[in-house]
Design a protein around this ligand. Sequence first.
Ligand SMILES: *[C@@H]1O[C@H](CO)[C@@H](O)[C@H](O)[C@H]1NC(C)=O
Ligand SMILES: *[C@@H]1O[C@H](CO)[C@@H](O)[C@H](O)[C@H]1NC(C)=O
Length: 259
Amino acid sequence: MWYSISCFLLMVVVLNVGNGEPLVPALFIFGDSIVDMGNNNDRYTVVKATFPPYGRDFENHSPTGRFCNGKLATDFTAQTLGFTSYPPPYFNLKEKGSNLLNGANFASAGCGYYDSTSKLYNLYALGARRIGVPTLPPMGCLPASITLFGFSSNKCVTRLNNDAINFNVKLNTISQNLKNILPELNLVLLDIYQPLYDLVTKYSENGFFEARKACCGSGLLELAILCNKTVIGTCVNASQYSGMDFIQQRQQTRFWPII
Ligand SMILES: *[C@@H]1O[C@H](CO)[C@@H](O)[C@H](O)[C@H]1NC(C)=O
Ligand SMILES: *[C@@H]1O[C@H](CO)[C@@H](O)[C@H](O)[C@H]1NC(C)=O
């Protein structure tokens, strides 16, 4: 289950040197299912979101490969920066050449990553000067985490949350070090841990009805291929769920300003 819920996203914005809009010339997105906009659609993997209920609240109410009922946080970011379209999925064979001049999405659900220091350095060497790196979210608060590792408790799994906190501390050290050695690098660590933790633990204050269960099926475990509307059904209104497995658009709207 971990493949599509290990959330790491890295977003790169290259500084605008020209005039006019959008605010930056190009937006590049790296990460996993949290920001995958369809890179897995034609790939040999079970980690796909090419069927309902994914995309049901998106444009045309159809699935795009986003692991969400609607827009992702990075879709809101693209719009806010003034882009009129979203960065295309790089592995989508149609997207080549000049289509990629405004940016691209390299995120692939289920991916992991190696050494973030060298990856960030490589991006810098290629010309990226504005880089936003979100922290890990509270992994122990995912409905699937609680189901698998919660020992019948309905509370977030402290051990997994501590892992995320420790990772985020290291990420902070790495980004400070890089900022010290790379001139003109505008590297920002974006804390999504705390807002999501608050959203899940104080869900009713935040206007949600359910935090323990996600929108798919029983809501306790189902995601990706298991989130099959035909077989297990889905909730009526995804906006009422703050559970993080079937990530939903309303939840994304709460943390996109940070990103
Ligand atoms: C969902 O379940 C239906 C009915 O069993 C099946 O035909 C369909 O292929 C499944 N979809 C996915 C994406 O697994
Ligand atoms: C879904 O739930 C949200 C949040 O409670 C609410 O604002 C919205 O009106 C609901 N949508 C429908 C179609 O009931």
